[in-house]
Design a protein around this ligand. Structure first.
Ligand SMILES: *Cc1c(COP(=O)(O)O)cnc(C)c1O
Length: 464
């Protein structure tokens, strides 16, 4: 399996390079040369198999000869062994043709653990073999940071730096990051929003001298290995439901990584119907599908902070597929976008995107109403991101844009967003036992203005 950059100007790369580099050297995102395919009979055979074994089998299509099959399986078993539900990603039926896929049973209670727990192990394996150290940097809108820290803190060969937008993550989200006290973990609260954090990460990578001096590497959802790991639960969910009819998935969306993984699963042969992009008031992707213009505006603060994002990095990958894997054309468009702040999607590409994707934007008001209604109907609490997904699924069905069996991804545990859940229902969701003393644990973090220079200084001091 070979990978190319979406901007067409980086050398071909193998999986190990894609895993450890994150962003391609030409500023593009790595994408496989061609999507691998899995036969329908093999997919059907995933039903009832242990999650970790399915993960190893799916991942093997992407990893080339980077890992022996037994080693990959061993790492997958360790990664998903840290989850607190035997099914790892259980499905709950919530309507005649509706299910919720629970993706919050990992160590930090959000779907980010699915990719990150595995990545931490893949990283350590590769780095140990190569005798190298890396400093992994991530910008987080709340959940990636905790997942990365909990996956990478035990790694002997990696340090981890997490930038979070100060005051824009919940206390539970922040404490899950800052309560980890380890010399290889550096938390930085940035005086800016998530897009500012993400832009700083890109600037630091572009500074080749700095990036090389501290051995910088990335695990944001631009990292192909994360997307590959996230395709797995689409396979296990569809296999568990069985049948011949296609299955729709509705996905609470921010950086477009999770829903893009569903698109990849579909390209690999999974019988997916439509993919529903569910956004909060940061509705850039919804607007793009409506108008053909990708036009970021200011970030709105909402009740679903992990999706308070305007620049959805992975969208570049979809565009790359939609315009026929033409790296030069993407590079030109992205340069124009950087200047003009708007990216026009050619009609043909938009039409092909709309064959696979539908979208809906959901307000905070509707989010709260859905948490309340869901509790009244099922006595179960859902988090605000999941609620955005459920509102979108219902609206899309009502408007005739989704038909048949539909799975909504539940991306976080309600206890990560206790204020919103309490506002909606009067109930305070309890943290799982492993986190019950979270508020008593001391916090460890630095603060910095939203300037790459200041942040580079902090990183160099710790990891230089
Ligand atoms: C990260 C996150 C999302 C958005 O996922 P993307 O891959 O960025 O689109 C949705 N919900 C929760 C809880 C998240 O942590």
């Amino acid at each position: 399996m070979k990978y190319r950059s979406t901007r067409g100007a980086a050398p071909e790369a193998d999986f190990e390079t894609v895993l450890t580099a994150g962003l391609a050297p030409d500023g593009g995102l790595y994408a496989p040369d061609a999507f691998p395919s899995i036969a329908a009979a093999d997919i059907a055979g995933f039903a009832g198999a242990p999650y970790a074994d399915v993960a190893a089998r799916v991942l093997a299509h992407f990893t080339g000869d980077a890992f022996a099959p037994e080693r990959l399986q061993e790492m997958a078993r360790e990664a998903y062994g840290a989850f607190d539900h035997p099914e790892i990603a259980p499905l709950t039926q919530v309507g005649e043709e509706d299910w919720i896929l629970e993706l919050f049973h990992g160590p930090t209670l959000a779907f980010k653990d699915f990719a990150m727990q595995l990545l931490g192990r893949l990283f350590d394996d590769v780095l140990a073999r190569r005798g190298r150290r890396l400093t992994v940097i991530a910008a987080t809108s709340g959940d990636t940071g905790a997942a990365a820290i909990h996956a990478l803190a035990p790694c002997a060969h990696a340090g981890v730096v997490v930038l979070h937008p100060e005051g824009r993550v919940t206390d539970v989200q922040r404490r899950m990051m800052t309560s980890v006290d380890a010399p290889n973990v550096l938390n930085i609260a940035v005086e800016g929003d998530f897009d500012a954090c993400q832009a700083i990460v890109k600037t630091l990578f572009a500074d080749r001298a700095f990036a090389e001096a501290v051995h910088l590497s990335g695990v944001n959802s631009i990292n192909w290995a994360r997307l590959a790991a996230q395709t797995v639960y689409y396979f296990t969910a569809a296999a568990a439901l069985g049948g011949d009819a296609p299955i729709n998935f509705v996905v609470p969306t921010g950086n477009f990584g999770d829903v893009y993984a569903g698109f990849v699963a579909k390209q690999m042969g999974l019988n997916v119907g439509r993919l529903g992009i569910a956004t909060n008031a940061n509705s850039i992707l919804h607007n793009t599908l409506q108008t053909g213009d990708y036009r970021p505006a200011g970030v709105h603060k909402t009740l679903s902070p992990s999706m308070d994002i305007q620049v959805a990095s992975n969208f570049e990958r979809l565009l790359y597929n939609a315009i026929g894997r033409d790296g030069a054309a993407i590079s030109e468009r992205m340069e124009k976008f950087a200047k003009e702040k708007v990216l026009h999607i050619p009609d043909e590409a938009l039409a092909s995107i709309k064959e696979d994707f539908v979208s809906e934007a959901v307000s905070d008001e509707m989010t709260l109403a859905e948490i309340k209604d869901h509790f009244a109907e099922t006595s179960a609490l859902i988090d605000p991101h999941t609620a955005v997904g459920r509102v979108a699924a219902k609206t899309l069905r009502r408007d005739g844009k989704l038909n048949g069996r539909t799975v909504t991804l539940s991306t976080a545990h309600p206890a990560k967003f206790p204020d919103a859940v309490k506002d909606a229902t009067g109930e305070t969701p309890a943290l799982p036992a492993a986190w019950s003393d979270l508020n008593d644990r001391p916090e460890h973090m630095e603060r910095a203005p939203a300037e790459a220079q200041a942040i580079a200084g902090l990183i160099a001091k710790r990891f230089g």
